[in-house]
Design a protein around this ligand. Structure first.
Ligand SMILES: Cc1cc2nc3c(=O)[nH]c(=O)nc-3n(C[C@H](O)[C@H](O)[C@H](O)COP(=O)(O)O)c2cc1C
Length: 265
C-alpha cells in the first residue's frame, strides 16, 4: 500500500490533520532508531517509517494557471525565487535524465548553472556516462522538486554542448572546489581504491589553488533547449495543478510561440 492510499482511508479533512503540522508525526525530526538486524523485522520497521511520511501536508501556495505568463522561463525564474524565499534547500539542484546506447534511462543530480533565453544550462565531463549518453542521444529531461512549496518542474528538449571557451569560462566563474573537482577527472570510470581518489583529488586541489586558470579539457557546459516545460503545484486535496508549455509548431501558435495546456493530475 502506498502512502497516498493509506492516507486516503480517512476523509480529506482528517487526512490533512493526520500529519505533522506541529512537527510531531513519526519519522520527522526524531532520532533514528537502529533497524532490527533480521531481514523480516528490518523490512517491517522500514515500512512503518515509510508509511509515516507525509506529502503536501504543509501550507501550500495556490497557483492560478490563468495568470501564468505566455512563456515558461519567467515562470521558472519566479518559482525559483519563491523556492529560495520559502527556504527550499538547494533549489538549484535538479535531476538530469538521459538514455544510454541500449535505450535504458539513466538519471542523476546536477547543479543548474543558468536558465535564459537559450535554455537550461548545466556542466559536466563530456567523457562521463551522461556525457557519452548525450553525445549519442542529445535529448534529455530535467526535473526540479521543491518540497517546501509542493512544486515540481519538468523540462524536456534537445541538448547542445558549448565550445571549449564557453565551457572553461563557466568553470572559472565557479569555486576553487568546482575547479578541483573538474580537474580530478575520470568521472564515471571504475575507481580502484579510495586512496587513488584521495591522491588525485589532492593533486587537483593544489593545482586549482595555484593555477586558477587551469583548463579541464573534458569539462563541458551544456544547454537544454526547452520543447516542453511542465509546472506542477501540489494541492492537499489532490487537485494538483499541472500546466504544460509546449513549443508551438506550424499554425498552432500560443503566446510567445508556446501552447499552454492543463493536464489531469
Ligand atoms: C547535489 C549534487 C550536485 C551535483 N552537481 C553536479 C554537476 O553540476 N556536475 C556533475 O558532473 N556532477 C554533479 N553531481 C554528481 C552527479 O550526480 C553524478 O554522480 C556524476 O555527474 C556522474 O554521473 P554519470 O556517471 O551519470 O555521468 C552532483 C551530485 C549532487 C548530489
Amino acid at each position: 500500500m502506498d502512502n497516498d492510499r493509506q492516507e486516503s482511508r480517512g476523509s480529506q479533512g482528517s487526512e490533512r490533520s493526520a500529519g505533522s503540522r506541529d512537527g510531531s508525526a513519526p519519522g520527522r525530526g526524531r532520532a533514528v532508531p537502529h533497524p532490527p538486524r533480521d531481514p523480516f523485522h528490518a523490512h517491517e520497521a522500514f515500512l512503518v517509517l515509510l508509511r509515516a511520511q507525509r506529502v503536501w501536508d504543509i501550507d501550500l501556495p495556490s497557483f492560478d494557471p490563468a495568470t501564468a505568463p505566455g512563456a515558461p522561463l519567467p515562470l521558472f525564474q519566479q518559482w525559483f525565487a519563491e523556492a529560495v524565499a520559502a527556504g527550499q534547500p538547494e533549489p538549484h539542484t535538479m535531476t538530469l535524465a538521459t538514455v544510454d546506447d541500449d535505450d535504458r534511462p539513466d538519471v542523476r543530480t546536477l547543479m543548474l548553472h543558468d536558465a535564459d533565453a537559450h535554455g537550461w544550462h548545466f556542466a559536466s565531463h563530456s567523457t562521463s556516462a551522461k556525457g557519452r549518453q548525450l553525445a549519442a542521444h542529445p535529448d534529455a529531461a530535467l526535473g526540479f522538486y521543491w518540497a517546501a512549496q509542493g512544486r515540481q518542474i519538468r523540462v524536456r528538449g534537445p541538448v547542445t554542448p558549448a565550445g571549449p571557451t564557453e565551457s572553461l569560462a563557466d568553470l572559472h566563474a565557479r569555486s576553487t572546489g568546482a575547479l578541483a573537482a573538474a580537474l580530478t577527472g575520470a568521472q564515471s570510470e571504475v575507481l580502484g581504491s579510495r586512496a587513488e581518489l584521495a591522491h588525485a583529488s589532492a593533486v587537483a586541489w593544489e593545482r586549482a589553488r595555484t593555477e586558477p586558470a587551469a583548463s579541464a579539457p573534458t569539462w563541458t557546459r551544456y544547454v537544454l533547449e526547452p520543447r516542453e516545460v511542465e509546472f506542477f503545484q501540489g494541492d492537499a486535496w489532490r487537485q494538483h495543478v499541472r500546466l504544460r508549455y509546449r513549443r508551438a509548431t506550424g499554425s498552432v501558435q500560443g503566446g510567445d510561440g508556446w501552447v499552454r495546456e492543463l493536464l489531469w493530475p
